[in-house]
Structures are given as C-alpha cells and as structure tokens.
Design a protein around this ligand. Structure first.
Ligand code: SAH
Length: 205
C-alpha cells in the first residue's frame, strides 16, 4: 500500500510514510471488509460512513506538515485510522465526531494499540473544540459546504488546516488554509475528492 499507492503517487514525507507503514489499517475496518483493508479505495464502516482511501489520508497528513510538538484537532473521527496516524506524528490529538458508536469503537482500537495521546468527544465539527484551542493543525475529514469560521478562529498563528469543501454535487476540493495571523488567512485549492458530508445541525438530524 505505502509503495504503490503513496510513494508512487508522490507522497514523500518520511514521517507520514513511516506512520502509515506502522499503523495496521486492517484493525480499523469491520471484519467483513478486512480482506479489502489495503485496497486503493475508501471502505464502509457503518452508519453510512467510510474510512478514507489510504492516498487521501497520506495526502492530507503530508499537507498538514505535523511535527511532534503539535496539538491537532481532527473533525470526523470515523474509524480512528487517520486519528492513529496523527497521534503518531503529533504531541496530542483532539478528535470529534457526531456518532457516539464510532467514537467508542475508535477509542477502543487506539487504547488496544497503546496510543495514549488522543482525546475524544461527541461534538459538531462546525463549532470545533474551543476549550482546547488554539490548535497548531486542524483536519476535517468530511465534506463541508463552507469553511466554518470557528475552526479558523481556533487555528493558532502559523497554523495549517485541511478541509474538503463542496464545489457542487458530492464533490469537494481539499483546501489548505494557512493562518498567517489573526488578520491574514491564505487559502489554496488542492485536489478534488469525494467525502461523506459534514452534517449540518447534527442535533436536529
Ligand atoms: N477520518 C475518518 C473519516 C470518517 S468519515 C476515517 O478515515 O475513518 C466522516 C466522519 O465525519 C464520520 O465518522 C461522521 O460521523 C463524521 N461527521 C459528519 N458530520 C460531522 C459533524 N458535523 N461534526 C463532526 N463529525 C461529523
């Protein structure tokens, strides 16, 4: 997977490649999908959600330029696979989701692997996690209709955020947001993707 799907397509960051070599992706998919765990595609994880394609995990992780002193906010815990990669790269990860069953499964998987630097909570990603802000890095792994301002506010100075933002239909483009300071935020469009939607007003759905 790392050679043919990541290195061959230009993922270069040795820390990202090393983390993806070490974390056992098959532990993050349902038993009936295990034989496909290293396929070049997203996979169903229940509740209509998916574990992202390995290349997209590698791509977003590399874009973020995470270092070992960073505090990272992840919106969309899902299977916990991306969480585990980030936990390997960063000092600590704060991860949130709107499905308690996915959070509990991800928490159990990471505990079983001995990963201790992750904090989980049931929250709407549009609001972030203000109690622990600012974050050096923020990653959103569901397709947003717009860039939520609370996330930009909770990004530290010189912070980087990646978020898939809708461009129509089920398609998004991964945006890289670099916060120069409180008054200047640069936004770059990168690659087109298809993520499951970032649910708006989840308490009503
Ligand atoms: N990174 C995960 C991707 C999970 S799919 C993985 O690779 O496994 C997207 C996740 O976003 C789902 O778990 C879904 O429950 C969550 N999600 C959707 N809307 C959300 C919202 N408003 N706030 C937080 N999480 C949300």
């Amino acid at each position: 997977m790392v050679d043919t799907q990541l290195r061959a397509r230009g993922i270069r960051d040795p820390r990202v490649l090393g983390a993806m070599e070490r974390i056992p992706r098959h532990e993050f998919v349902p038993p009936e999908e295990r034989f496909r765990a290293y396929d070049d595609s997203p996979l169903a994880i229940g509740l209509g959600q998916t574990i992202s394609q390995p290349y997209i995990v590698g791509y977003m992780s590399e874009l973020l330029e995470v270092t070992s002193d960073h505090k990272v906010l992840e919106v969309g815990t899902g299977s916990g696979y991306q969480t585990a990669i980030l936990a390997t790269l960063a000092r600590g990860v704060f991860t949130i989701d709107i499905h308690v069953s996915l959070i509990e499964l991800a928490r159990a998987r990471l505990e079983a692997m001995g990963v201790r630097n992750v904090h989980f909570d049931l929250r709407d990603g549009h609001e972030g996690w203000p109690e622990f802000a600012p974050f050096d890095r923020i990653i959103v792994t569901a397709g947003a209709a717009f860039i939520p301002q609370p996330l930009v506010d909770q990004l530290a100075k010189s912070g980087r955020m990646t978020i898939p933002v809708g461009v129509g239909g089920n398609e998004q483009v991964i945006k890289l947001i670099v916060k120069q300071d409180a008054f200047r935020v640069d936004i770059h469009d990168t690659i087109p993707v298809r993520f499951v939607p970032l649910v708006q007003n989840p308490e009503e759905s």
